[in-house]
Design a protein around this ligand. Structure first.
Ligand code: AMP
Length: 416
């Protein structure tokens, strides 16, 4: 049997891997600008954490979790999303007591046993932000602005922000009955899983991949209480002030149980059927319901795989070495290796193939590497204590420099 990767899991090869690194670097820059600090949480947690936080009527918990009983007989799960772990860490480590701003970001892989297709994998990367302890619309507008700036910084364009409010518990209590009556009258149009869960969570039907699109158009709309309506319109005013474009879509419902008030998605039509780049919203009741203090919160998670798909046609980051070292004589290997070390110590990226191979073979590798210069040490150079510098990408004279001067000489030429 030949060993191969599992369906829905994939290798990230260069240069795509560099695309992921550049997205992460852009995110880190933006997070620093907005006062967010990194929180690294475990990949495996108690299964109960996700059942409680993500919700037992969600697709993620009902059928997509990689859950198993570990050697100690504990029911555990590989994280399908980041928010539950962050909230658990916030409560367990009393982060609300630190007097800090409650802003955290994470970068990490998530795991869901979904049906694989383009843009949908079983292991995928999310970059997420959570702000815990700020109930005001300023937090909503700030986090959505930050998300848009992050996409811009990473080079992703052509996305649209869709916004809605799911109101508070009170708004939803009234709506629950109205919606449930509507769904009961329309059970014939519901898929089997929805038939079984509308009594427990009627709003899930609106977000169902099968029924959702049709129901969302026709179902009665939620009406917001004055406080929630005020919060939502203030959020929009503040987004206008920060210059973020968005569309309000009253049929937007997010698939996880914990969302309240403002919810949003970022979409890109360039992605085809899996068009969501990012999803997020407020989860004002989650921290308390998980046993923590009453702390309103808002967050989002952006899919790095989908961002990378949107960046695929852009020129990849230049990661070719600056110099390529070649030993043109067997005895030159030691000096060539020392030169390689010196170049790298001087901060000049340098590579080589194998000093025991022929000059022709090493020069072929030098050309393929994309390096700007080949630094060649042959018999003559060994005797003279020099190195031959050859321009690889364009024609030019080959010059000779003292081996000790090579790092500074190359530095000068690279910055010229
Ligand atoms: P969610 O946690 O479901 O709100 O997803 C947030 C974002 O993560 C989505 O907008 C996608 O960009 C990304 N995402 C979610 N599931 C997958 C998946 N199976 N494969 C790739 N990206 C995903």
């Amino acid at each position: 049997m030949s060993l191969h990767s599992l369906r829905g899991f994939r290798d990230l090869l260069p240069p795509d891997s560099a695309l992921f690194t550049s997205i992460e670097a852009a995110a880190r820059e933006v997070f620093a600008l907005y006062g967010y600090q990194e929180l690294r949480v475990p990949t495996i947690e108690l299964k109960e954490l996700f059942v409680k936080a993500t919700g037992d009527t969600t697709d993620i918990v009902e059928k997509e979790m990689y859950a198993f009983t570990d050697g100690g007989g504990r029911e555990v799960a590989v994280r399908p999303e980041g928010t539950p772990g962050v909230v658990r860490a916030y409560i367990e480590n009393n982060l609300g007591q630190t007097g800090r701003n409650g802003k955290y970001f994470y970068i990490g892989n998530m795991f869901r046993a979904e049906r694989p297709q383009a843009g949908r994998y079983r292991e995928f990367e999310q970059i997420g932000a959570e702000q815990i302890g700020n109930a005001s619309p300023y937090a909503d507008a700030e986090t959505i602005t930050m998300l848009v700036r992050l996409l811009e910084k990473a080079g992703v364009s052509g996305c649209s922000v869709v916004l809605n409010s799911l109101g508070c518990g009170e708004c939803r209590k009234a709506y629950r009955e109205t919606l449930l009556n509507y769904l009961r009258l329309n059970t014939a149009t519901l898929c089997e899983p929805c038939k079984g869960r509308i009594e427990r969570n009627p709003m899930r039907a609106l977000d169902c991949k099968i029924d959702g699109p049709v129901l969302a158009e026709k179902a009665p709309r939620l009406s917001l209480c004055p406080a929630c309506a005020g919060h939502f319109s203030r959020t929009q005013e503040l987004l206008n002030i920060s210059g973020v474009e968005y569309q309000v879509n009253t049929s937007l419902v997010r698939g996880l149980d914990y969302y309240t008030s403002t919810v949003f998605e970022v979409r890109s039509s360039a992605l085809g059927s899996q068009d969501a780049v990012c999803g997020g919203g407020r989860y004002d009741d989650l921290v308390k319901s998980m046993g923590g203090p009453a702390a309103a919160a808002i967050g989002w998670a952006v899919g790095v795989d989908r961002m990378a798909m949107l960046l695929k046609d852009k020129p990849a980051a230049e990661n070719a070495p600056k110099t390529f070292i070649v030993a043109a004589a067997k005895e030159a290997g030691t000096k060539a290796f020392a030169l390689l070390t010196a170049m790298r110590a001087a901060g000049i990226s340098s590579d080589f193939s194998n000093f025991e191979l022929s000059l022709k073979s090493q020069m072929r590798s030098a050309d393929k590497s994309g390096a700007a210069f080949a630094l060649i040490i042959g018999e003559d150079e060994l005797k003279a204590g020099t190195v031959a510098v050859k321009l690889l990408k364009e024609k030019g004279e080959q010059l000779s420099v003292a081996i000790a001067d090579a790092p500074s000489e190359i530095s000068k030429r690279l910055s010229a």
